[in-house]
Design a protein around this ligand. Structure first.
Ligand code: GLU
Length: 549
């Protein structure tokens, strides 16, 4: 009996051999330096910020080299699979316009290297596992859970490394006859990789982020195929996939670094070209004086849905992540304000190896800046899109009169130093509600009167000002000089210097005077430019508001 017999007994019905797949998925026709990257999430129904961060790196590396960025669904752990998980991943990538060149979605395969869903590649994995068995580099293992627990306890009591290796790898020693007998008698088994490594040997692993690492050779006989559904484990599946799909750069979280020597041994065993590894740092956040890993359980901002629901412009999230991918991004962006983030070439060597610090305050600043620079048309479109999903009231307000909405959001916009009121689309309503009668009169208004609080005085100021001095037709200078005239005529002082010297002689300054008008019209003591606010409100609305005091 030979390894070949064993391989045939385990996989009697495979249609093809390894050569078939090697020919089916030939080298890609790309430029010499083109990079092929992949985003390979497991469909858990949750899109983590860290996953998107990796996808952004993948995308950048591929786009900057005329390469290919593809999406692979790693669903071999079917117990963890969640319905619609792939939809969420695709939706998120689409939302940010980080679209894969190749993918498989809702029955549609785009690309020549699919299937891009691991559970559909079972036959391929079996073919390669069969080959390993024939080579004597994989074997069936019949150890039960109890036996494995016992082995671990023994290792712990002996203060040895845990794992299936060396003298502890019981099934490694079975003869082919014994293996076949057990299989024929129906004993459940997994397939393990047979490592040839020596833990005391150090090998050099080149990581694009961390540089040269001296790591102990792998000597663990890892499970590469599970019993039951006979699907491969991640360790094995991604080797075959990244080989056949011709991935040049494996961008993945640094939590995979401890298993990289296993992967390297498998690549080498098959004689596959090793990909370059980009083990990305964890995303961390500040909490008080310490920093910690951003957590799915504790931090709502760990989920990509957070940013969409809050109404951050997609570019803000991307820019914030770019600043933590490479710390020189900000400087580059300041020097190249008109270039797209995609023109910046991500350099793995410049990634932090100790954690990427994500700061929501920073994101907020970036976001405010981006929104302030949008044209009114762009902000109309973006806020309509957002509100259609997340804020029906705002959506209806916008739709009731788009032109009016644009004039409201355009106050102090489209100018050199635009106003930065809105951090997210969600903030817009909170900043502009008073421009809409429907909201202005819907509740008891809480007027934020400042120095002048006496109702009679307030009414007098408003009546005089609006009857005698205010005209919608005035340009800004005329408007302001009339405001000053009104101010002086009613016992306030339009000259700040004079007011400071003799404040007791006046009811208040021009600032106190205009504050009365501002608060009466909006209830707020801080608003964008009052001239614009009045102009947009218009005479009828102004009169109604004066009468409401
Ligand atoms: N499916 C793995 C994960 O979700 C992917 C790791 C990789 O990119 O190779 O962590």
């Amino acid at each position: 009996m030979t390894n070949k017999d064993l391989a045939n007994i385990i996989f009697p019905n495979l249609e093809h051999d390894v050569d078939y797949y090697e020919n089916k998925y030939p080298e890609r026709c790309l430029d010499k330096d083109a990079c092929v990257t992949r985003f390979a999430p497991s469909p858990t129904g949750y899109m983590h910020l860290g996953g998107f961060y990796q996808a952004l790196i993948d995308y950048n590396i591929a786009k900057n080299s005329n390469g290919v960025f593809f999406l692979r669904n790693e669903d071999t752990d079917q117990k963890r699979e969640v319905e619609n998980a792939v939809k969420l991943i695709m939706k998120t990538l689409n939302h940010y316009d980080i679209n894969p060149d190749e993918y498989e979605f809702e029955g549609n395969i785009v690309g020549n290297y699919g299937p891009y869903i691991q559970s559909k590649r079972k036959e391929i994995y079996h073919t390669y596992i069969k080959k390993l068995i024939e080579m004597g580099r994989a074997y069936p293992c019949f150890c039960t859970k109890e036996e494995l627990d016992e082995m671990r306890n023994l290792q712990e009591s002996r203060k040895k490394r845990t794992g299936y290796y060396g003298i502890y790898a019981k099934c490694r020693k079975l003869s082919i006859e014994e293996q076949i007998k057990k299989i024929n008698s129906g004993e459940p088994f997994v397939i393990r990789f047979k490592s040839n490594g020596d833990f005391d040997n150090k090998i050099v692993v080149d990581d694009e982020v961390k540089g040269k690492l001296f790591l102990s050779e792998n000597d663990i006989d890892d499970v590469i195929m599970k019993s039951g559904d006979m699907l491969p484990t991640y360790h094995f599946a991604h080797i075959v996939d990244d080989h056949l799909m011709h991935t040049t750069h494996v961008v993945r979280g640094e939590e995979w670094l401890p298993s990289v020597t296993k992967h390297i041994e498998m690549f080498d065993t098959f004689g596959f070209k090793r990909p370059k590894y980009v083990h990305t740092p964890l995303i961390i956040k500040k909490e008080g004086q310490t920093v910690r890993k951003i957590s799915k359980r504790k931090d709502p901002e760990a989920s990509m849905s957070y940013y969409e629901e809050k109404g951050y412009p997609t570019l803000a999230v991307i820019e914030a992540l770019m600043t933590i991918i490479n710390s020189n991004y900000e400087e580059w962006h300041a020097l190249n304000p008109d270039k797209s983030f995609i023109d910046f070439k991500v350099s793995p060597k410049k990634m932090s190896s100790s954690g990427a610090l994500f700061d929501l305050e920073k994101l907020n600043n970036i976001s405010r800046d981006i929104i302030s620079k949008m044209s009114k048309e762009e902000l109309l479109e973006k806020s309509m899109d957002w509100s259609s999903k997340y804020d029906r009231e705002l959506f209806d307000l916008i739709n009731s009169d788009k032109k009016y909405y644009m004039s409201v959001i355009n106050i102090e916009r489209e100018q050199k130093k635009p106003r930065k009121d809105y951090t997210t689309y969600k903030d817009i309503k909170n900043c502009i509600w008073y421009m809409y009668d429907k909201l202005f009169y819907s509740e008891q208004n809480n007027y934020e009167w400042q120095k002048i609080t006496d109702k009679e005085e307030i009414k007098k100021v408003l009546n005089t000002y609006f009857e005698k001095y205010y005209s919608e037709k005035d340009d800004k200078d005329t408007w302001f000089s009339k405001m000053k005239d009104a101010c002086d005529s009613l016992g306030y002082c339009s000259n700040m210097k004079e007011y400071k010297l003799n404040s007791d002689d006046y009811k208040g300054s021009i600032a106190d005077f205009s504050m009365i008008i501002r608060v009466a019209m909006t209830t707020k003591s801080t608003t964008p430019d009052l001239y614009e606010v009045l102009k947009i409100l218009g005479k009828d609305r102004i009169n109604k508001r004066v009468n409401a005091i």
